[in-house]
Design a protein around this ligand. Structure first.
Ligand code: ADP
Length: 440
C-alpha cells in the first residue's frame, strides 16, 4: 500500500516532538519545549496554507517550488493539473476555432434553437439568409421568421419534411427550411438556398406547358385532314386501315397534350384548391351513366352512394381525378368483371373508393404509379390507350384538396383506389353549410 508523503510527514513530526522532549530533558520544562515546537510546526503549516490560498485566488501567478514534503507534493500536483488544464484548454480552443471556421464556410444556414424555439446560436449563412443578428439570441425565432407556413410548421412539430419559404431579407431568394431535433430538447434549424432549383423547376414547367400548347395547333390540322380523308368515299380501300390507325394515334396524342396541359395548370395553381361547393353524388351519377354507355366495359358497374355529402373544392379538378380513377378501373378490368364506385364517410371525413376485379398491380409498382408516364407494363398499358399521366393528375388534384390517395391491389384479383379527404372539405349540399345528410 502506498502512503505518499504521509509516512515522511509523521516521521518528521515525531522527530520534532522527540527533539523538543530531548531539549526539555536537557534544559528543563519539556512540556513548554513540546508546545513551542508544535506552535512552530503549526505556524509553518499556516504559512503554506496562506501561500496556497493566495495562489488559488490568483492561479495565474507562480506556484511555490521550494516546499518539501507534503506541501511540495501538493504544489507539484497542482502544477501538473494546471499544465494539463492549459493543454486541454488549448486543444478545445483549437477545436472550437476549427468548428467556427467550418460553420462560417458552410453554405447552408444553421440556427440552434432551445425547446422554446429561442435562438441559441447561428452561423454566418443563417445571418445572411434569414436576416438574424447576434443580438437576436435569446429571442423566439418566430419573431423574425414570420412566414405563415413556417410558423405553422414549427408549431406542428412534424419535422420529417422541409418547408419552403422566401428569405425575409430578399424575397427573390427561395429557401428550404427544415428543423432537425437533437439532444434532449434542442433543435437545429437548417436553411438551404434553393433559388436555382426553383428557377429550373419553373423553366421546366413552362417549357412543358409551352411545348404542349405549340403542339396542339398542328395536331388539330392533322386530325382535321384525317377526318376529311376518312369521310371521303373515294379513299382507296388499302388506305382505310392506315387512316383509321393514324386517327387513333393522333387522338392519343391529343389526350397526352391535354393531360400535360392539365398537369401544368395544376402545378401553376396555388397549393390550396378553392372551396366551391361540389355535388359529388351528382357528379358520380353522371360518370356512371357515361361508363355504362361505353362499348368495351366490365359487365357490372356499381355506384354506392353511402353519403350525401359534397366537397369543398374545384369541380373541374375533382371531375378529372375521379374520371381518371373510374376510367382506369374500366380499362384494366375484363368485360366479365365488376367496377364498384363508393362515396362514403369515415368519422365525418369524405372518401371515394373505386374498386375493380381486374388485372391488379404488383406490390413493387404501387409506390411508382403516380409518376408521370409510369406504366406497370409499358407495351400492354399503352395499347389500352392510356396516356400514363392519369394518376399523376389524380395525385396533384388530391394534394390541392388536402387529400391522400391510397392504393390496395392484388395481381389477378383487382385493385382499390381510395381518395381520403379531410373532414374540413366535407359540405352539405342544401342551401346551408353543415355536415352532410346520411345515405343518398
Ligand atoms: P394510364 O393512362 O397508362 O392508365 P395512369 O397514370 O392512369 O396511366 O396509370 C399508371 C399505370 O398504373 C397504368 O399504366 C397501369 O399500369 C396502372 N394502373 C392504374 N390503374 C389501374 C387499375 N385499376 N388496375 C390495374 N393497373 C392500374
Amino acid at each position: 500500500m502506498r502512503h505518499g508523503p504521509w509516512g515522511f510527514v509523521l516521521f518528521r513530526l515525531a522527530v520534532l516532538v522527540g527533539l523538543a522532549v530531548a531539549a526539555g530533558l536537557v534544559f528543563g520544562r519539556p512540556l513548554a519545549w513540546v508546545v513551542a515546537a508544535l506552535a512552530a510546526y503549526l505556524g509553518w503549516q499556516l504559512y503554506h496554507i496562506y501561500r496556497l490560498e493566495s495562489w488559488l485566488r490568483n492561479p495565474s501567478g507562480q506556484l511555490p517550488r521550494d516546499a518539501l514534503g507534503l506541501w511540495g507534493g501538493i504544489y507539484a500536483q497542482l502544477n501538473r493539473m494546471r499544465r494539463q488544464s492549459r493543454a486541454r484548454k488549448k486543444r478545445l480552443g483549437k477545436v472550437i476555432k476549427e468548428f467556427r471556421k467550418s460553420t462560417k464556410a458552410l453554405p447552408d444556414g444553421g440556427v440552434v434553437l432551445s425547446d422554446q424555439n429561442d435562438i441559441v446560436w447561428m452561423n454566418a449563412a443563417a445571418q445572411a439568409f434569414l436576416g438574424l443578428r447576434k443580438e437576436d439570441r435569446g429571442q423566439r425565432v418566430e419573431n423574425f421568421l414570420r412566414d405563415p407556413e413556417f410558423v405553422a410548421y414549427l408549431a406542428d412539430g412534424e419535422f420529417s419534411r422541409p418547408v419552403r419559404m422566401d428569405s425575409p431579407v430578399n424575397p427573390e431568394v427561395k429557401l428550404s427550411v427544415q428543423v432537425v431535433p437533437y439532444g434532449k430538447t434542442q433543435r437545429l434549424l437548417l436553411a438551404k438556398d434553393i433559388t436555382n432549383s426553383v428557377r429550373l423547376e419553373k423553366v421546366r414547367r413552362s417549357f412543358v406547358a409551352n411545348a404542349s400548347h405549340e403542339l396542339r395547333s398542328p395536331l388539330t390540322v392533322v386530325t382535321g385532314y384525317l377526318d376529311a380523308m376518312m369521310d371521303d368515299p373515294e379513299l382507296p380501300e388499302s388506305w382505310k386501315e392506315p387512316a383509321a390507325e393514324m386517327a387513333r394515334q393522333s387522338d392519343r396524342m391529343r389526350r397526352i397534350i391535354d393531360d400535360l396541359l392539365t398537369l401544368s395548370r395544376l402545378e401553376a395553381a396555388s397549393a390550396e384548391a378553392d372551396r366551391d361547393r361540389v355535388d359529388v353524388p351528382g357528379m358520380l351519377s353522371v360518370m356512371k351513366k357515361e361508363a355504362l354507355a361505353r362499348d368495351q366495359r366490365p359487365s357490372t358497374i356499381e355506384l354506392q352512394l353511402d353519403s350525401g355529402a359534397g366537397l369543398l373544392g374545384v369541380e373541374s379538378e375533382l371531375f378529372s381525378a375521379f374520371a381518371n380513377l373510374i376510367d382506369n378501373a374500366i380499362k384494366y378490368t375484363g368485360t366479365d368483371g365488376t367496377v364498384t364506385v363508393r362515396w362514403f364517410e369515415e368519422n365525418g371525413a369524405p372518401r371515394l373508393s373505386v374498386s375493380d376485379t381486374g388485372i391488379g398491380i404488383p406490390e413493387a409498382a404501387i409506390p411508382r404509379l403516380t409518376e408521370r408516364f409510369y406504366r406497370v407494363d409499358k407495351g400492354r398499358d399503352r395499347i389500352r390507350g392510356g396516356t400514363g399521366l392519369g394518376l399523376a393528375i389524380v395525385k396533384h388534384v388530391l394534394q390541392r384538396h388536402d387529400a391522400r390517395l391510397e392504393i390496395e391491389s392484388e395481381p389477378g384479383k383487382g385493385s382499390t383506389f381510395t381518395c381520403r379527404f379531410p373532414p374540413e372539405r366535407a359540405t352539405g349540399l342544401d342551401a346551408e353549410d353543415g355536415p352532410a345528410a346520411g345515405v343518398a
